[in-house]
Ligand binder design. Structure first.
Ligand code: GAL
Length: 416
């Protein structure tokens, strides 16, 4: 029995009942997977559904990190025209679930045994009031560095294992006339870099205190100031045309040897795979120096929007396809992420994928599996956006580090 809905949710339910939902035997899916690697991975899901006689109406909304997609989603829902399924992250899923906007997937979850194989860290964001409201597709993580191996070899650079090593490598690349760091100047990308950098100066406990507990002292701490000082070093090692560049075009700079490094989530791996490059030969993947034992994760999940009444047959089919062991292997091999189930073999994964799967288990067992602040798994969206604003303002030179930590603590306090 659906719990008594608050006024807003009742209004919402009314809107949805009149929704122009996708006609039967097809699903309309809103997502932001528009890069080469992302589209290749998504195609596997489309093909799976079509093989089951379910058509796929694609609703891509470009914009890394999904902010643009969430804006379009809000407009669609307000118009009473919610898509069948929507890619979502962490706290956004909880928000929609709490509004009563999402279908109940408990029947398919029970039939498929999800509770036994999906890690607790993902269930935190997939279930609201004991109801499954989303199907987890993968586990990405953000504290990775991607490097062009021939470029490093040609400049006598070993894989850096400390911040000092990393700075020395940047200096060598700059002296060789190679862009040290490929980056896209967009707030979500600046924040993604900040995930790794702040983890390296705060440690796991400090990162949790800052971005989950929103502890003002830690937000203003010397370790947080050091994180901003390191961000200034990153800023001084990107090329002149970094502003506004899409993340996958930055990855292409590393793939083609124009740049040495990119600090980015492991969706970047999907671009190397798409380009036919091999880990250990053409490129390196490694945890940002100082964060080798930690993982800042974000899981892509598909929210099934209530189309008026019970969950639809097509939504259940889509959800079951997403969490099937076969799809969990084939999709994540291409996407650069790791499976959302704990019982999938790493046999099909390359060395970076195997490392990612190993790191996830180790971090989960050691208490070092941390929700990514930049990708909506540490704090509600209002707080995430407030952090984005301060980090990107600092990256663009509006604040020095001393000012940034004060602005950060103030912005978080106001946004919570
Ligand atoms: C993340 C998402 C990834 C990838 C990335 C770049 O939020 O989890 O799957 O899409 O954004 O857009």
């Amino acid at each position: 029995m659906r719990k008594v809905l608050n006024k807003k949710a009742v209004l919402f339910a009314g809107l949805v009942v009149s929704s122009g939902s996708a006609s039967s035997s097809e699903v309309e899916v809103l997502h932001w997977w528009t890069s080469g690697g992302e589209a290749s991975a998504l195609n596997l899901l489309k093909q799976d559904l079509e093989s089951q006689g379910i058509g796929w109406t694609d609703m891509p909304v470009a914009g890394g990190g999904g902010e643009q997609a969430m804006t379009v989603l809000r407009a669609r829902v307000t118009a009473g025209n919610a898509p069948t399924a929507v890619q979502g992250l962490g706290f956004d899923i909880i928000d929609w679930g709490n509004q009563g906007a999402l279908a109940n997937l408990n029947a398919v979850a029970e039939k498929e045994g999800w509770d036994d194989v999906v890690p607790e860290a993902l269930k935190t964001f997939a279930k609201v009031d004991g109801k499954w409201v989303a199907a987890p597709v993968n586990v990405h993580s953000t504290n990775w560095v991607w490097a062009n191996k021939p470029v490093l070899d040609a400049n006598g650079i070993e894989q850096p294992t400390s911040w000092a090593d990393f700075e020395a490598a940047l200096k060598k690349l700059k002296e060789a006339g190679i862009t040290p760091i490929a980056h896209g100047g967009q707030a979500w990308q600046d924040a993604t870099v900040f995930d790794a950098i702040s983890l390296s100066t705060l440690g796991a406990e400090g990162y949790t205190a800052a971005f989950v507990e929103l502890d003002a002292e830690v937000l203003r701490s010397d370790e947080m100031k050091e994180a901003f000082d390191r961000m200034a070093v990153i800023r001084n090692n990107v090329d002149d045309n970094f502003s506004g560049r899409d993340w996958n075009l930055a990855t292409a700079m590393v793939i083609n040897g124009e740049a040495g490094f990119q600090l980015m989530g492991d969706w970047a791996k999907g671009e190397f795979v798409k380009a036919g490059q091999k880990p250990g030969e053409d490129f390196l993947c490694f945890r940002f120096p100082g964060t080798a034992d930690q993982v800042t994760f974000n899981s892509d999940q598909f929210m099934m929007f209530d189309q008026g009444g019970e969950v639809s047959h097509e939504q259940e089919k889509l959800a079951a396809a997403i969490l099937s062991p076969e799809f969990q292997s084939s999709f994540n091999v291409v996407k650069g992420s790791v499976p959302a189930r704990t019982d999938v073999s790493d046999a099909a994964f390359d060395s970076c994928g195997k490392q990612g799967m190993k790191d996830l288990i180790a971090a989960s067992e050691s208490g070092n599996l941390l929700g990514s602040m930049a990708h909506g798994h540490a704090a509600p969206t209002s707080v995430k956006s407030a952090i984005y604003d301060v980090v990107t303002a600092h990256f663009n030179g509006e604040y020095d580090s001393e000012t940034a930590v004060v602005e950060l603590a103030d912005a978080v306090e106001i946004s919570r």
